[in-house]
Design a protein around this ligand. Structure first.
Ligand SMILES: Cc1cc2nc3c(=O)[nH]c(=O)nc-3n(C[C@H](O)[C@H](O)[C@H](O)COP(=O)(O)OP(=O)(O)OC[C@H]3O[C@@H](n4cnc5c(N)ncnc54)[C@H](O)[C@@H]3O)c2cc1C
Length: 698
């Protein structure tokens, strides 16, 4: 008999954002002005736990809902009770507020321990079930970090379950395909990526839920070790509106005008790609290499930047070139010039900052390599490109941590891509990716060499591995970054920090985050955003073998079957035409896409390839090798045509580097229309033949 602990979270409703939710001065979204709802993936996790209980035909198993938040988070517990939950627990305490993912995972893990002891009577046959991520943070970090705290197996990105031979086996999303796996031992943590069979509340269940007892625990009750602001390993430095996209969002009402526009844009292609989020900032220079004391490149609030501008202008005026020259008289003059802008304490902070020259972190810049079937994941090369840029600014080396079995042959390629040192952990037990075994191997290498920065790809593998490694090493982690820069963190000092910029609240705001109280700064970066550098086969590098003691006990998952896309797909083509679930069936996908591809090949005299959304692949319209997106291939053609594709973030990540995006969709509110250049509202069945005809005529 299994029990279930479902993690639920109350989040702002980012699907219903009104204009007055934005601060008119800063353009930033004000979270408190949004309605609160249950995180959609947590609602799916609830339904999934209910489904697991049902397919195991076990009526005795209990489903417990657990949330951490302010007293009003009780609402999501009542929601959960009205669906399928037997008991609901609210972890609420001011001391727990302001937490990052580490300081969230830790108290939740301690609450799980208390549930197991007091409600499950120490029965270890249970699953912690959670949504893969929440819309406010989108980090996907908390469940793997809880698994790490509790030393449990973690099966992430689950989409289905079966109950076979008295145990659960799960289907989950992996990079480039899917996998069937089971936990080798219980308890286990699972994160749900998609389960679209919602639970509804009956009238009587709602009445019961409204009166049911909510068990309330405080920080004292659970005795967590990392909580609140103090226990956090990251801090937000600034929040700002996302950069303006360069897409054109132009609607056409007839296929002929659309055909003309896409041919024109293909022929006049100026190589401009949408740069929102991936903009390169000025290169950082270490203090000892700066021409003057006042030349500082720091990230801070607008007020801090303004204050610093006043200080530096006055120091220049006074002819002061070194911090020790700032005597009392100079101080008084600066304070007079500052007027209401800043007072003595702020001035002292700034002067202390000017005196600091030592970087806060030392060591190499590392990339954790991802590979499958002997092929390095393209995102690894992008990260090496970024690591090279960061390491050159910091005047250090780029290291790549490469774990697996019989992998040494990949070292050359990684060196050609920009790495200096390849740290190889070669072990038969690392033959296939097991999160616990890989965590042990990589964490061991990191704590031997302590690089100052560790980058992972924000792929399903990286987003599971990075939280486990960082938690085990007590380091901060920022997930899914779209910008990574070296800056001094504030006017007070903190030299040469990795500033990690990422979208939050469903992409409606951007946040810049720094690591604190950690020996290394860690981040996962979104595939397709960082730029790889052209390979240089003449580059020289070192291969360093690192031995880690691994045993069968370190393997946490039994992998039953892996399905990966294979096949010869030319994603280097200048034009890619993709079909989504809106193509309706395989026949439509083949017939309509083929005619359009032929028409485009003739008209544009170039290579054209077929792509697909994940949903189209799952419907069996085409083989997985054609999948475009986060877990498929990231592409950057001159022209991308999306047919019957809604525009989910995981799909659009894969086409971010495209010059022109064209969309056809029957839903006038399809999200893809807000992310493309040209579009037509219409069915694929009608629009594609018209487009083919128009291409012949123009
Ligand atoms: C961890 C994870 C990784 C993922 N990785 C990827 C990935 O790599 N790539 C990817 O694509 N997705 C990925 N997904 C899935 C992604 O979230 C979406 O579910 C998927 O992209 C949806 O595909 P779709 O747009 O074809 O289908 P839907 O979202 O179902 O959209 C179908 C669209 O077709 C339109 N339509 C319907 N009928 C017609 C018609 N007759 N004519 C015109 N339009 C029509 C509809 O209006 C709708 O907009 C991932 C999800 C997760 C959780």
């Amino acid at each position: 008999m299994s029990n279930y602990i479902v993690l639920v979270k109350q989040v702002p409703d980012v699907s219903q954002i009104t204009d007055n939710a934005f601060d008119p001065e800063t353009g930033t979204l004000i979270r408190t002005r949004l309605a609160s709802v249950i995180n959609e993936l947590d609602a799916q996790a609830l339904a999934f736990a209910h489904y697991m209980k049902k397919i195991s035909s076990d009526r005795r198993g209990q489903i417990i809902a657990l949330t951490m938040g302010p007293p009003m988070a009780e609402e999501v517990l009542r929601y959960s009770l009205s669906r399928c939950v037997d008991k609901a627990i609210l972890l609420t305490d001011r001391a727990l507020g302001g937490a990052d993912t580490v300081a969230t995972a830790n108290p939740l893990a301690f609450a799980v321990r208390k549930i197991v002891k007091e409600i499950f009577n120490n029965d270890n046959d249970y699953y912690v079930v959670s949504g893969m991520q929440s819309v406010d943070g989108d980090t996907a970090q908390v469940p793997p970090q809880m698994a790490e705290e509790l030393s449990l197996p973690c099966i992430a990105y689950v989409t289905d379950a079966e109950f076979k031979n008295n145990r659960f086996v799960f289907t989950r999303i992996i990079s480039g395909g899917s996998q069937i796996a089971a936990a080798k031992k219980l308890p286990a943590v699972i994160t749900v990526a998609k389960y679209e069979f919602p639970l509804y509340a009956t009238f009587s269940k709602t009445r019961w839920a409204n009166q049911a007892e909510i068990i309330t625990w405080t920080s004292e009750d659970i005795k967590a070790t990392h909580f609140g602001v103090k226990g956090s390993k990251t801090a937000v430095i600034r929040v700002f509106p996302p950069g303006k996209s360069m897409r054109k969002y132009r609607q056409f009402n007839d296929a002929k005008s659309l055909a003309k526009a896409l041919v024109e844009s293909f022929k006049s292609g100026n190589g401009e790609k949408d740069s929102a989020g991936g903009k390169q900032a000025n290169r950082y220079v270490l203090p000892e290499k700066r021409k003057s004391l006042l030349e500082r490149n720091f990230e801070g609030t607008r007020k801090e930047q303004d204050d610093y501008a006043i200080l530096s202008e006055k120091l220049r005026e006074l002819g002061i070139e070194e911090a020790h020259q700032i005597d009392n008289e100079a101080r008084q003059k600066i304070l007079k010039a500052a007027g209401e802008h800043f007072h003595e304490r702020a001035l002292e902070d700034m002067i202390n900052g000017l005196e600091l020259t030592e970087p806060a972190f030392k060591g190499e810049v590392w990339v954790v390599a991802e590979h499958s079937e002997g092929v390095v994941h393209p995102a690894t090369f992008e990260l090496i490109g970024k690591a090279r840029e960061l390491a050159d600014s910091l005047e250090t080396k780029v290291g790549v941590c490469l774990a697996g079995y019989q992998i040494e042959s990949m070292a050359k390629e990684l060196i050609a891509a920009g790495a200096d040192n390849i740290y190889i952990i070669d072990d038969e037990l690392l033959n296939i990716f097991d999160p616990t075994a890989y965590r042990k191997a990589i964490a061991d290498a990191i704590k031997t060499y302590w690089p100052q920065i560790v980058l992972y790809a924000a792929t399903p593998q990286g987003r599971m591995l990075a939280p486990m490694v960082s938690y085990s090493l007590e380091c901060g982690l920022t997930a899914d970054c779209t910008g990574l820069d070296i800056r001094d963190s504030s006017r007070k000092g903190d030299i040469a920090l990795l500033l990690q910029t990422r979208p939050a609240l469903g992409g409606n705001v951007m946040a810049t985050i720094r690591t604190k109280n950690s020996k290394s700064q860690m981040a996962t970066a979104r595939p397709g955003v960082m730029k790889k550098i052209p390979p240089d086969k003449s580059r020289k590098g070192n291969v360093i073998k690192h031995k880690v003691e691994l045993s069968e006990d370190d393997i946490s998952l039994e992998v039953i079957r892996t399905e990966l896309g294979a096949g010869d797909v030319n994603f280097g083509a200048e034009v890619i035409v993709s079909g989504g679930k809106g193509m309706q069936n395989r026949d439509n996908y083949d017939r309509l896409l083929d005619t359009l591809c032929d028409g485009l090949t003739k008209k544009l005299n170039t290579s054209v390839e077929k792509g697909a959304s994940r949903a189209a692949v799952e419907q069996g319209f085409v083989e997985r090798a054609h999948q475009v997106g986060q877990t498929g291939t990231s592409i950057g053609p001159k022209l991308y045509i999306a047919l019957g594709i809604s525009g989910a973030i995981q799909h659009m990540i894969g086409v971010a580097n495209t010059e022109t995006i064209v969309a056809v969709n029957s839903d006038p509110n399809a999200p893809i229309f807000k992310q493309c250049d040209y579009y037509i509202v219409g069915t694929v069945e009608e629009t594609i033949p018209q487009l083919v005809q128009a291409l012949e005529q123009i």
